[in-house]
Write a protein that binds this ligand. Sequence first.
Ligand code: TEU
Ligand code: CA
Length: 576
Amino acid sequence: MTRPSARDGAVTTPWWKKATGYQIYPRSFCDSNGDGIGDIPGIISKLDHLQDLGIGFIWLSPVYRSPMVDNGYDISDYQDVAPEYGTMQDLDRLIDEAANRGIGLVMDLVVNHCSDQHAWFRKAVASSVCREHDYFIWADATDGPDVLPSDIESVFGGPAWTHLPEVGKFYFHQFASGQPDLNWQNPELRAEIYAMMNWWLDRGIAGFRMDVIDLIGKDVGAGKLAEGPYLHDFLQEMHSQTVKGRDVLTVGESWCASPETGPLYCGEDRDELSMIFQFDHIKATWDPEFGKWKNVPVDLPRFKTTLANWQYALEDSGWNSLFLSNHDLPRQVSRYGDDGTYRNRSAKMLAIMMHLLKGTPFVYQGEEIGMTNANFHSLEQYRDLEVAGRLAEALEKGSTVEVFLEGARRNARDNARTPMQWTAGENAGFGAGAPWIDVNMNHTTINVAADGADPDGIIHTYKQLIEMRKTSAVVREGRTTFHVVDHKQVCAYTRELGDQTIAVVANMSADSVEFVAPPALCGQGQPLVSNIASRHSIDSVTVLEPYEAYAVLRNAQHSKRCCHQNGVVAQHALEA
Ligand code: TEU
Ligand code: CA
């Protein structure tokens, strides 16, 4: 295990600032027994791929016991593994086998809500006077079962309240009705959650990714849900009761965090989280009215502004996570690049653009080989409960099935959930049986075996970037400055530390661009990484090829003279 021990005492860079994470969506990663569902033994069989990539930790989407209404984000037992994914023994073996390869395991913690099949909820429904009843959020049906307590809506469509005749009350659920919200106001509930977290930490996991953590401090009566009044008190209490003194990573998912509130979660003096997943740069590309269900082109200046604002907000205290993809988002090459002609080049461009920012990068399974959106053509191919829930709503709002399906093709969550493409063979090498969701037809050309064997494969750029973060202080700590934020095609920034500067330019468009660079970007240096041919300089006028991206490393003397060293030398210069 490369994770340094907290007992060393020395104030060093935390391991997670040098590491790149890799998200596994277990249902879709690798199926070891042919039942069509990915599983833990399947993950173990692919650990060499992750080691080869150089990643430092896995974020494992939920593998707990669950009725799988929302693919495991509805947990019925926090201290057991879903039988379709394996056993606790399998999970312990995964922790060990990953550790043998220097990889930590970060578990998904879903504690804003649980499943309606969890023993807590069953007891809560059976008796209004038991301890567990107050673990959930109830409202009296004063005006009868048809009059909702408030007009709060579920994220998946429909009301956030469901009436239970056997209780005579409504319970609150911000997601599906099978995902009742937990009542964080109850101290006994919080103590149970902390005990559960410690039980996992004692098993040797490397930390937690915390699902919708910005929702736990809610005040439902006041309608204050995200970033509610109790959020930071709870996060500080959680920290002191669980991770304090342990050398682990915590990353909280917060759809509502802003550059103003971001430092509250992860500022160095806050004792809350290591970092958060914020979504400003994702939401910046959605339609103001129909959200992701109506396709609109990416507004690049807006997108860059959000990335820049977050780099600046956490420059001195706090830490960014860096990602464009996860199991809830479309494939990044399809959304921000070109999944046709320029797939290989634009996938590398996005990797270069994101990985050279300050923060901890997260690679979502398949991103490293440029996997694309699912390309589903009928409603029947979708598996996600969100699609059905949101279709009804879009129609009510006056949208059409065609517009909705086009939006879904671009942005539905299932785009990221098709089986991992390992080979060109049957079921893309995912498993022997028919997978639970259709395999992308393009697996015959886009797969791990083909990409890895191609010297020009996307994975090699990922390896290079992941290695740079381990070895280079300027990649990790350099101060970020964005340039030409208003430019409609080019993303450009510099990172500075001591006498070293990394300058990055990325043409995010399918056009060749005559790019006029401001003086701060210009200069000779050493080629660090590129997706076409290596370049030694950014000139005041540079013609960038479609989706071209490259980075140049300069140090004090480079600005004066020309340099003819190659990328290998540059790598050594980084390490110095
Ligand atoms: O996601 C939070 C969430 O709000 C997303 O569902 C998102 O809003 C949606 O994709 C936008 O349309 C987390 C998990 O990542 C997600 O998979 C779960 O479904 C959700 O929480 C509930 O646990
Ligand atoms: Ca299986």
